[in-house]
Design a protein around this ligand. Sequence first.
Ligand SMILES: NC(=O)c1ccc[n+]([C@@H]2O[C@H](COP(=O)([O-])OP(=O)(O)OC[C@H]3O[C@@H](n4cnc5c(N)ncnc54)[C@H](OP(=O)(O)O)[C@@H]3O)[C@@H](O)[C@H]2O)c1
Length: 327
Amino acid sequence: MKYQKLGKTDITVSKVAFGCWGIGGGNVWSDMSVDAAHVADLLDAASDLGINYVDTAPVYGIGHSEEILGKALQGRRDRFIVQTKCSLNWRGEGGEFEYERDGKTVMRDHRASAVRKDVEDSLTRMNLDHIDSLVVHRISRTVPVEETMAELQKMIQEGKIRAVLISNSTPEDFENYSRYGTVAGVQEKLSLFNNAQEVYFPTCDKYEAVFQVYGSLEEGALTGRRFYEKSFGKGDVRANAKWMQEPYRAKTEELFDCLDALAGKYDCSSVNLVQAWTLKQYERLNLLTGFRRAETMQDTCKALDVEISDEDCALIGKLGKAVREAE
Ligand SMILES: NC(=O)c1ccc[n+]([C@@H]2O[C@H](COP(=O)([O-])OP(=O)(O)OC[C@H]3O[C@@H](n4cnc5c(N)ncnc54)[C@H](OP(=O)(O)O)[C@@H]3O)[C@@H](O)[C@H]2O)c1
């Protein structure tokens, strides 16, 4: 395993982080039910691989991901940097409408009282006395950054949280947040099919912040052809994958053919090549990947040792670009 500092904090995190959206299930990730004992096995597998960083959020399974992660962390807490999120809740206390999920109305709320309650609820659900890293899940359209960040700084002083990241944001948001305290990193989508957030790299350089990537496998849609043989339930986020439909199909086939061919050359899985391409995009990148199986976790860690040549990296990038521009 490789490790990096979480921005300018004293927290050291593994380069591969274990994303717990899928274990939360709910309608959004619905084809496999996962209980706390299974998550405990995944945490042990993570430790064996050197992974010490886990990411969840209150909204994953509407509390369920945090609850089963919290149970699984009993007796294992000291091995992990636990990261969860704030600013989306379903308490019915106001804010702006975000979405309906699993029978709940989720609101975006960045008021001081709301983010404090988010943290307290997460601590209760996970049965923890502190959260190592707290990600502001969405950026507010109405509440001043100053109010939110002041409350997060207070909670750092109180020992409830140790570090703050922001997500689904822009470099300008980062500058705004940084006026009121340290932002250790960002959690943003980046994949072969969506590279818009690479605009963030100079800002991460400037603040020595971590660029934590989510969705590098497009929730499975970049794992290969077999993904497209599965059918997903209504509301499952993976049902939205459009890459094997027209007008993308031919270009996606080309990309998968190339990855399969290069997998032989590098003696790794084709998924590893997608991950090696992702890792090569930015030095301080943190590879946050969703897992529900120890096998996928083990395979992903191998990507850290796959040194793709600049030429092959450019080829993979070019084929990914052709897919996203096929429209
Ligand atoms: N801030 C945000 O708004 C935001 C949004 C989305 C996600 N996230 C976070 O980012 C994490 C990762 O994103 P994600 O879960 O959406 O999607 P992802 O990491 O792009 O894809 C996860 C899927 O890829 C599969 N997989 C992982 N490694 C593999 C490998 N080596 N070979 C084959 N398949 C592999 C997993 O399989 P198995 O399930 O079978 O193990 C899982 O189904 C989430 O869990 C969550 O913590 C944050």
